[in-house]
Design a protein around this ligand. Structure first.
Ligand code: SF4
Length: 474
C-alpha cells in the first residue's frame, strides 16, 4: 500500500473544513470513546486486568523467538502450514501462490489490517482474482476504493447518503436510505459471494502459541463464515499478535473488546485450530498462517520503541485523541492512524516518509489513559520527535530549521547561569514592551510568529520572580 504520510498537513486541513467528516468524527467520541469508559467503569478489577494484559504482552514480546517457534510447531502439529514473510511482497506472493495452486477465482475476506498493509486486495485484482470484503465497514470502503478510516470502524466517516449511493451502484433497484434496508441488501449480495468463494482470508486478533490456534473477534459472524466455509483458509497475522496460552487469551479478550467497542464480549469469538480433522463436519481442507514482519523488527530492536509492539489494535487511543478526531483517519496516510499510527508508521515504513506524524499530537496523554495495555504513547512520540530533530532518523536532514536550533542553543546557554538567565529575562521584557498590551503580546516577529498565530504570549515580567521574592523577604 502506498505510504502518503508526507501529506498529513494538507489532508488534515481538508478534513477540518469538511462538516460531514467532522460530524462523523464526533461519533468516534460519543459512541466508541464513551462506550469504553462506561465498560471500564463497569468492570471492578479493570486496572488489574490492564496490568495483567500488559505483563502478558511484555513477556511475549521479550521472548518472541521462543513463542514464534512454539506457534510454528503447534500450527504444523494441527495440520496447518506456516509461512514467515519478511516484507509485504513476500506475504503477497505466498498468499497468491496458495490461491493459484487452488485455482481460486473468488476470495472472501474478514477484516484484516495486515492485509491492508501488504496491499493484498490490489494483488488479487492484478492476478484476476476477485477479493470480497465481508465485514460491512470494509465492504463499504472496498466499494468506495478507499483505505480504512479507523482501526475497528473502517467506514465511520461515510454518511448514510454516501453508503446508499455505493450500495445502489452494485445492487441496482430503488435507492435505499434506511440503515436496516442497506444492511439487508449488503447481506444478500455477500451471501452469494460466501457460497461461491474457494478461499477465505482472515486477520487474527490473537495467535496462541501453546495450542497453535488463532482467535478472531467479530460482531457480524463473517469471520466464522470466512474461516469455515471455503476449502482454503489463509490467516494473516502481524508478529506482535502472539500470546503464550489459552488462559492468557481470556484476559486479552476482556481488555480488547471493552476497549474497542465498549462491549463485555463481542457477538462472535472464533477460535480456529487448523484445517478440518477426520470426522469433523466444518472447516477448510487447507489452513495457512502467514506471520508478517514488514518493518516490525525496527520496533523490536529498539529497547524503547519496542513497547509499541504491545498494541492490540483496539482503536481506543484514536477515539481519545483530539488530533485524530479533527484530522481524520486518512490524513495519516497509511493503514494505522491515530497516536499508535503516528509511532508505528514512521518506524515500520522508514522515518523519512512519516516525519510529520510524531508531531501530530498535543501530548495531552489521553491516548495512554485509554490504552488497555498502558503503552507510553506520548513518551514514544517525544522520542521520535527527538530523533527527527537531532537528525538521528535521517542524518542528511534535520527536521527543525537552523534558526530554531540556534535559538534553542542560545536558550540553553542562557539558562545555564543565573546571571545570564536574569539578563536574558530583562532584555526580553524590554524588547516585548512595545509589542504588548495589558501584559499580553498579540504579535511576535518571525521566527517566533507561529506562537501568536492562534494565541497570545504573556509578556515576560520586567522584574524577575527571584528579585521580587527577595524584596518581599526583606
Ligand atoms: S496503542 Fe493501545 S489504545 Fe491504541 S490501538 Fe494499540 S492497544 Fe489500542
Amino acid at each position: 500500500m502506498k505510504v502518503r504520510t508526507d501529506e498529513f498537513k494538507a489532508r488534515s486541513a481538508e478534513t477540518t473544513k469538511n462538516p460531514r467528516r467532522q460530524a462523523s468524527l464526533k461519533l468516534v467520541y460519543d459512541g466508541l470513546h464513551k462506550g469504553r469508559i462506561a465498560a471500564a467503569e463497569d468492570t471492578d478489577d479493570w486496572e488489574d486486568q490492564r496490568d495483567r494484559a500488559r505483563a502478558i504482552k511484555w513477556h511475549t514480546i521479550n521472548n518472541l523467538d521462543y513463542y514464534l517457534d512454539l506457534l510454528d510447531k503447534n500450527v504444523r502439529a494441527n495440520g496447518g502450514n506456516v509461512y514467515f514473510a519478511n516484507d509485504d511482497a513476500e506475504a503477497r506472493d505466498y498468499v497468491l501462490g496458495v490461491a493459484k495452486a487452488n485455482n481460486v477465482k473468488t476470495v472472501i475476506k474478514s477484516k484484516s489490517m495486515v492485509s491492508e498493509e501488504i496491499g493484498l486486495n490490489e494483488a488479487f485484482e492484478e492476478a484476476g482474482i476477485n477479493p470480497v470484503e465481508t465485514d460491512l465497514g470494509e465492504y463499504i470502503i472496498q466499494l468506495a476504493k478507499e483505505a480504512p478510516y479507523h482501526l475497528i470502524a473502517p467506514a465511520i466517516h461515510k454518511t448514510r447518503e454516501e453508503i446508499s449511493d455505493l450500495i445502489q451502484e452494485v445492487a441496482g433497484g430503488p435507492r435505499q436510505e434506511d440503515p436496516q434496508d442497506l444492511t439487508d441488501t449488503a447481506r444478500a449480495l455477500l451471501r452469494d459471494e460466501f457460497r461461491k468463494a474457494e478461499m477465505g482470508v482472515s486477520g487474527v486478533n490473537f495467535a496462541v502459541a501453546e495450542t497453535g490456534s488463532i482467535a478472531i473477534v467479530t460482531n457480524e459472524g463473517n469471520g466464522r463464515m470466512v474461516t469455515s466455509a471455503p476449502r482454503v483458509h489463509v490467516a494473516i497475522v502481524g508478529m506482535e499478535k502472539l500470546i503464550p496460552s489459552m488462559q492468557d487469551l481470556s484476559t486479552m479478550l476482556r481488555v480488547l473488546i471493552r476497549s474497542a467497542t465498549g462491549q463485555r464480549i463481542s457477538s462472535y469469538v472464533t477460535v480456529v485450530n487448523g484445517p478440518r480433522k477426520a470426522g469433523e463436519e466444518d472447516g477448510p481442507d487447507e489452513f495457512h498462517l502467514v506471520i508478517v514482519n514488514n518493518g516490525r523488527e525496527n520496533l523490536l530492536k529498539d529497547a524503547q520503541l519496542r513497547e509499541a509492539m504491545l498494541c492490540l489494535r483496539c482503536g481506543a487511543c484514536l477515539n481519545a485523541c483530539p488530533v485524530y478526531r479533527k484530522a481524520g483517519g486518512h490524513a495519516y496516510g497509511w493503514v494505522y492512524p491515530g497516536p499508535i499510527g503516528a509511532i508505528v508508521t514512521p518506524v515500520m515504513t522508514g522515518k523519512k516518509v512519516g516525519r510529520d506524524l510524531p508531531f501530530a499530537s498535543t501530548l495531552c496523554g489521553a491516548c495512554k489513559d485509554a490504552c488497555p495495555v498502558k503503552i507510553e504513547l506520548p513518551t514514544l512520540l517525544l522520542r521520535l520527535r527527538s530523533d527527527l530533530a537531532e537528525g538521528k532518523a535521517d542524518p542528511k536532514e534535520k527536521s527543525s530549521p537552523l534558526l530554531e536550533r540556534v535559538s534553542i542553543k542560545a536558550w540553553r546557554f542562557g539558562v545555564q547561569s543565573p546571571m545570564r538567565f536574569a539578563l536574558a529575562g530583562r532584555l526580553s521584557s524590554l524588547m516585548m514592551a512595545p509589542l504588548s498590551r495589558g501584559g499580553w503580546v498579540r504579535w511576535l516577529p518571525p521566527p517566533l510568529s507561529g506562537w501568536t498565530k492562534s494565541r497570545e504570549f504573556p509578556r515576560i515580567a520586567g522584574k524577575p520572580f527571584r528579585a521580587r521574592f527577595r524584596k518581599k523577604q526583606r
